[in-house]
Design a protein around this ligand. Sequence first.
Ligand SMILES: Cc1ncc(COP(=O)(O)O)c(C=O)c1O
Length: 569
Amino acid sequence: MDSAFAIADHERYRDHTVELPNSIDLSHHLSSLAKNRQSSALKDLYRYAARPGMIGLAGGLPNPEIFPFLELSAQVYTHDALGITPATANVGGGGGGGGTGSDAQSMVKKPSFFEWLFGKKTTTETITIGKQPASASPLDINLNTLLQYSSAQGHPALQAFIREFVSKVYQPAFADWDVLLNIGSTMAWSHVVFMLLEPGDGVLYEEWSYPGAMNTASPLQTHKVSIKVDGEGLIPEDMNKVLAEWDEEKRGFRRPRVLYTVPTGQNPTGATMLAARKKIIYDICVKYDIIIVEDEPYYALYADPWQSQKHQPKQIGARYADVEHHTDSKDTDEEFLKKLPPSYLKFDYQGRVIRMDPVKKASYPDFRNKSAALVAKLLAETWKYDGYIRWLRGIKATYAMRRDWMCDLFETVFHLEFDQTLALSQHIRWVTAYERTAPGMGGAGAATIMDEKRGFKSNKAIVSFVPPTAGMFVWLAVHLESHPRFAQIKDADGPEGVNKMLYELWTELAEKNVLVSPGYFFDAQPGVPHEGTENFGFFRLSFSMANHEQMESAIKTIYKVFVSFFQEK
Ligand SMILES: Cc1ncc(COP(=O)(O)O)c(C=O)c1O
């Protein structure tokens, strides 16, 4: 009955092929609250609970005989239910073994005629969890154990599964790492906040960051310290400068010791950081003794860059690891994994990286309550490691397809150009969307000017973005400076005025039934101008939910609203 508390060492997943150093002592980072925590004396007893023949009279555990659930059962997709190659809007179906037909909205494979005829292939299966243990192993998944009080680390089977995943996929550079199951990234981050920070401490964030994380740290009255970003995320030179020039007296708080970062498909900017820059950031964190907390809900969504219909490949978009593109369907699982940017863990020879790895975005969000039992059953016993990797490949293709829809629609509706002028990052290709000069899209009457590089073009840059290689968002920079009243408003009201203009535009879109997130929700230091982009307002557009028709209608509305906004006198 108490076996979940005790997972024997030999049942943990370990990679015995590599000799790695142990982590260094970083206990000076613990907050006074964390230092004052004491382990529960009762929980210490549980170590003995699973010993064969042990008669348990110690714990106040309810008797599982009277737990009301006798069996849990669910019908689930098979691990290969999703196609691997993103379908295009016109062709449809999940390629790479995916189905055919005109349904471009779904990546779920349809059984072929022969599969249907011979009843061989189906995309769903049933998983069932019974009440009684089928074996004495702590890895056994049964309701008596799953519904019982258990170790804070989570169910042993799920723990073992995650250990195998971390070891093979992230390959930490130190030996004595461990995993802890949480109900989500926000809760994990909240634990980290209280474990590491004192009231009034500073936290390093990307200059645009996930509000959920910043709000989680605010009850401790932490200070947000923003680091500049470009299309690949944190800029090392800026981070180094902020830390090297830290003046405690002037700032009023000590140099930050914690970095919160979303390295892949960052929310909201969509930026993805590759290996070389991660190594530099890691070394800066070693130099200034900083704990890196990487929050990676979008990791497995990292996909081939968007391919413009009209421009040369590789001209446009966020940087992608130097690998062949558009071979996803032919990749082995090994090759799929090799294409993912390495985790900070891969550089972490000291044990200063905490990785938060929500599986919610790659499966489903409600992990609360007893659904944890089904997750254990699905991942650890049904799909297992190989099945989960295959599932992630389908998820990646699904969101890559949706990213392509959005970028393609921008290309169709606006006049898109590869931007030479946006010097926000040298190696990330921004695209700028201009008002169309051709009649038909509401851009009639737009003035055109001759440009040496571009030939004739509309003179009104409307929005710019980096086609993302991961995540669920396009981070849209709105060229507010193109508005006739911009200079006047900015002079009068500063950054607040810029936000007011953006709010006007946001309201206009909302009135026309297009709901986007205003960028200032994500601002890590409101009121402080973002050097290089201070004349832009930002919107975050998610491509995760809308179907193609809705997305098309939204982008056409955005076009019309923006063009008329910028024509306003
Ligand atoms: C960067 C980031 N972290 C965390 C979360 C939420 O994670 P969870 O639901 O696991 O708390 C989100 C959701 O949007 C997110 O974008």
